[in-house]
Design a protein. Sequence first.
Length: 394
Amino acid sequence: MFDFALPALGADMDEGTLTDWLVKAGDDVARGQAVATVDTVKAAVDVEIWRAGTIHRLLVEPGTTVSVGTPLATLREPGEPEPTMEPAHEPATAHGPVAPERAPEPATIESTEPEPHRRPRISPVARREADKRGIDPTTLTGTGPLSSVTLDDVLRAAEAGKPAAPAPEVTVDKAREMRRAIAALMSRSKREIPHYYLADDIPLQAAARWLQHENTGRPVTARILMAALQLKAVALAAQRIPEMNGFWQDDAFHPQTRVHVGVAISLRQGGLVAPAIHDTADKPLGQLMSELTDLVARARAGSMRSSEMSDPTLTVTNLGERGVGSVFGVIYPPQVALVGFGMPADRAWAVDGKLDVLPIVTTTLAADHRVSDGHRGARFLTEIRELLQHPQDL
């Protein structure tokens, strides 16, 4: 028997609200399977379980807000028989723990509803708007990733004349809570991490020409963008300079052999998330572009997976599309490095003693001085530069 606890879905998360169970007591679950949906201040996250077993008891009711580390369910090991004695857990509800004297019967939360009547997949901002307008999300057809109900779906339903109910009293400003969480994490980062910063101007002529040739004949939806090359270059450079890829925990650096690049994504309602593309260094550029497109769409629809939120090993932020020349980011703890890309711009550049005009991007590094120094940071940026000069090898 073992517990399934609420994981930390990002360094800025202290608690989450269980919105739906995707399993019921008696279900066998596989490692990596999504078993619950949890609403955080940034997104609705499908929480995956990383240990196979059989659901024995669901301990938390939908609608309950719990802290990170709170047991959500108990499971039996594969092949373990059902115990004759019930575990001592008291189920959490939206009203707090059940008092023992009022609940002598087993408090297992059974998912007895037929599948079609389970709560629909819906982004947090869409859920709040639906509540405000008195719209039942189960009556809507979701157009977002994984058929999730988006804010646009709710607004279209409202315009179509769905019946409205009086708006409930709003007790939590989610945008304000998101800014508070981001501010707390960034304050912690600047307080605890001795940052150092480096910058390098990288020519992109070879990468731009290769992309133009590679995308010839591809449909628009399958074209590879410069962002995919940049992510792959960062991931390969991190393999070569391992001080940039890992976590500072318990007063020690823990390097990671796998590179999961976190991608900073701005959200439509404000704020940002930085979910991971797993094993970035090992993926072909076409697959990397496809996963990046999907990740951005799901992040902005408020539908993420717990593994994407919990294990980025370093982060990339790209503000080039916003017209910014360079960005000096703040490291996401417990990571130890963050790479920033600005907007590529045509600039005068010397090539073999001759002046030419080339597309140049300013690439920056924020790194943790407890783990590396300027020499290793410079080597890291040099690796990124060299990799982008040979895009056919990425």
